[in-house]
Design a protein around this ligand. Structure first.
Ligand code: AMP
Ligand code: MG
Length: 404
């Protein structure tokens, strides 16, 4: 058995960054990973503009409160100013509008009084500094610098930047093809009647969902019986077809647990066989030529998901071209109830993190902490981590929590 840290280092060390790249239309880029830095020929903002509704003035004109300025024009958003603001003058300006020539400062509307004929304004309050409420050209971004870096996963904010930069064809990494294979004679599809001894192949559904959520191309490969030859054929086909294969079940020491020996027979280099982690000890990781990866997860529904979150997802992030950090996010929280571990393996106890900032609270899921209990894993958003050597965390004590 190797430690969680050793396993993570071995796995990430064996994974190369990035599959081949592609170009997709902007409208299809959401969730994809940038394969090249994006630059823009334009500065952001593109021109000096107003951050407020108010009046564009010359700062030297407004250093004393009470001064009256003549309004020379109104500049709504989208308009180009037609006249320069000279001494004793102001232009009505709205948020985002172009600053007129001659003006260097915006006085917010609330600090002014407009004359009844609308021709002039009186300055009621002096703006503290020259340049106030002006967003200067290039103050957010200078043309020629990287606007978005390679390896970024594109979410809503990144899509806004790409759109603003008029990046119509986005260079992205090809989506990672991840196959999911379940093993076990007992497994049936969710729509099939259950005979005694059978259970639904819930791992397939869970892993498909998690992969899709994370932006990968998830390929449902179904379940295969605990028959050595059938399993070997299914594994070989999966490895052929996918960049990464995730199987569940068949990795323990039972009579029908063939995954590990078949990986060897199929030409895989096995780097991880068992990890000092609970749940999830019998995780198998192998690499194949062409940078293909194989994860043999334990079959227990909680073990499969915990090992997916802890070990598989970081590897997929790296392999798909995302820049680091690839590891899960860990925070510190106060546990509501005592937490127990056998102290022999690093334990991950599922539950929920609530609260905010300095006052995060961890509540373990109600009910059994069995790795076969998929029911109370639902609704969990975090895993409390108890290190090797520690058997208890008392209620009210701080504990490291992995967010999922
Ligand atoms: P195994 O690792 O194959 O010995 O499986 C351990 C436990 O997980 C057994 O109780 C299996 O029935 C269960 N299991 C295995 N695969 C799945 C699956 N795809 N969906 C739900 N439970 C599973
Ligand atoms: Mg099995």
């Amino acid at each position: 058995m190797i430690s969680v840290e050793q396993a993570e280092a071995l796995i990430l060390g064996a994974v190369q960054v990035g599959v081949a790249s592609d170009r997709v239309p902007l409208s299809e880029a959401i969730g994809r990973i940038l394969a090249m830095p994006i630059e823009s020929a334009l500065d952001f903002p593109h021109w000096d503009n107003s951050a407020m509704d108010g009046y564009a003035v010359r700062f030297e004109d407004v250093v004393n409160p009470g001064v009256t300025l003549t309004i020379v024009e109104e500049i709504p958003a989208g308009a180009v100013p037609s006249v320069a603001v000279r001494s004793g003058q102001a232009a009505r300006i709205l948020t985002g509008s172009m600053m007129p020539e001659g003006a260097d400062t915006v006085v917010m509307q609330e600090w002014t009084a407009r004359s009844s004929d609308g021709q002039s304004i009186q300055i009621l309050k002096v703006p503290p500094e020259k340049g106030d409420f002006v967003r200067h050209q290039g103050s957010f971004y200078r043309s020629g610098q990287p606007l978005l870096r390679s390896g970024l996963r594109l979410g809503g904010a990144e899509m806004a930047v790409l759109a603003a930069a008029q990046c119509l064809q986005v260079p992205v990494f090809r989506r990672l093809r991840v196959g999911i294979l379940s093993t076990g004679d007992e497994l049936v599809l969710p729509d099939q009647p259950l005979k005694p001894g059978q259970i639904v192949d819930s791992n397939q559904i869970a892993l498909l969902a998690l992969l899709k959520q994370a932006g990968f191309e998830a390929i449902a490969l179904g379940s295969v019986k605990d028959d050595r030859e059938s399993l070997k054929r299914a594994m070989a086909a999966a490895i052929e077809q996918c960049d990464v294969v995730i199987s569940s079940g068949g990795v323990s020491v039972g009579d029908y647990d063939y995954v590990e020996s078949l990986l060897g027979e199929l030409g895989g280099e096995i780097l991880v066989r068992s990890i000092a982690v609970k749940p999830g000890k019998p995780l198998t990781f192998a690499t194949f030529p062409e940078q293909k990866l194989y994860f043999g997860l334990p079959g227990n529904p909680v073990s499969a998901l915990v090992t997916f979150w802890r070990f598989v997802l970081p590897a997929l992030r790296k392999r798909s071209g995302q820049s680091s950090p690839w590891s899960p996010l860990f925070v510190t929280a106060t546990t509501h109830q005592p937490l127990k571990s056998d102290g022999k393996r690093e334990s991950y106890l599922w539950g929920s993190v609530l609260g905010a900032a300095e006052d995060l609270q961890f509540c373990p899921a109600a009910g059994s902490g069995s790795s076969g209990n998929l029911v109370n894993l639902a609704g969990s958003n975090a895993l409390a981590v108890i290190p090797i050597g520690q058997t208890r965390v008392e209620a009210g004590d701080r504990v490291t929590v992995m967010l999922v």
